[in-house]
Design a protein around this ligand. Sequence first.
Ligand code: SAM
Ligand code: SF4
Ligand code: SF4
Length: 355
Amino acid sequence: MTMPTPDDASHFVAADTFGRPLRSLRLSVTDRCNLRCKYCMPEEDYVWLPREDVLTHEEMATLTGYFTDLGVDRVRLTGGEPLLRRDLPRLIRLLVQNRRVMDIALTTNGILLADQAEALFDAGLHRVTVSLDTLRPERFRQLTRRDEYARVMEGIESVARAGFTGLKLDTVAIRGFNDDELVALIEFGKRVQAEVRFIEYMDVGGANEWSQQKVLSRAAMLALLTAHYGTIEPMPERGAAPAQRFLLPDGATFGIIPSTTTPFCATCDRSRVTADGMWYRCLYATAGTDLRKPLRVGASADEMRAVIRAGWEGRRDRGAEDRKALERDGLRVGGLIGIEKLREDPHLEMHARGG
Ligand code: SAM
Ligand code: SF4
Ligand code: SF4
């Protein structure tokens, strides 16, 4: 098989069994986190990936290069908490050198952002998303089990100062927890020049506090917001982007990511590499491909690309749709994976594979 190289005139894009292109890569740069959000890390103690297994910045950039040879043009840095990774700007500088990476974004909980925003911007990071589920410090502490609300606020304020535009705030909407804050979050977003995106609560990884009753659906969110703002107009779809965007009467916009009630698997072009080089083709996948091993034993670029290409071309995953199908038979009752199994394989955790 002749593999594409970065010098090919036309860029090859691998497609999976449903014709979905390989376009978007989420790199989890660490599995560690300085929060313990109940929907993501409900335990206090976790089995961490062994430090010697965690890929170096150079290894991550090299791996990313194989992915971009096969179609990837967007990279999102995530985690765990990506800003806990030492010298993240250095990884960004390496990724910026890859001319096929058109967009480098970061998803962070914001705690360390005020310290690092300028260095991240100078390194060439394009966009920042901060996860923010509540504007009430006490609620924040209750959800995340850490008293870091003030630092998150400082982090959000620092983004525009550092030079970034297009800040996004991602909110997991949970019935009975923050469904009374949707308007306040949109209004806060307007103040800090950010677009808020509400994500439906998912039963992924260690989300063992998940239940169907806690899912605030897109329809319920729109009803709540319409009651406050009046008519809300849907905006035109943007390809494989998971967020559906809406326009408020005053011209402000917000997004909804209806991952649970209306999965977007049919157009999903994203996959994930964990900090130790396991590659998962779906957020819900329980099996992945170890890319660290061949990388470290010196597999050639062609061999690495052949592994990734075969993995993508064989992809059949539609995890969220499969989970939704269980509803019909009343089998969707709790988190995806039990705690014992999660302890055996930390890769199955949301904080390991990056959300
Ligand atoms: N620590 C960083 C942060 O929180 O932004 C990056 C990693 S975190 C796993 C990425 C995203 O996944 C966050 O926006 C988080 O809210 C979301 N997330 C985690 N568990 C979730 C769940 N059960 N349902 C929906 N979103 C979830
Ligand atoms: Fe919360 Fe992100 Fe940490 Fe998960 S990885 S506990 S969502 S801050
Ligand atoms: Fe993509 Fe899997 Fe999420 Fe569906 S569940 S949108 S296939 S990552």
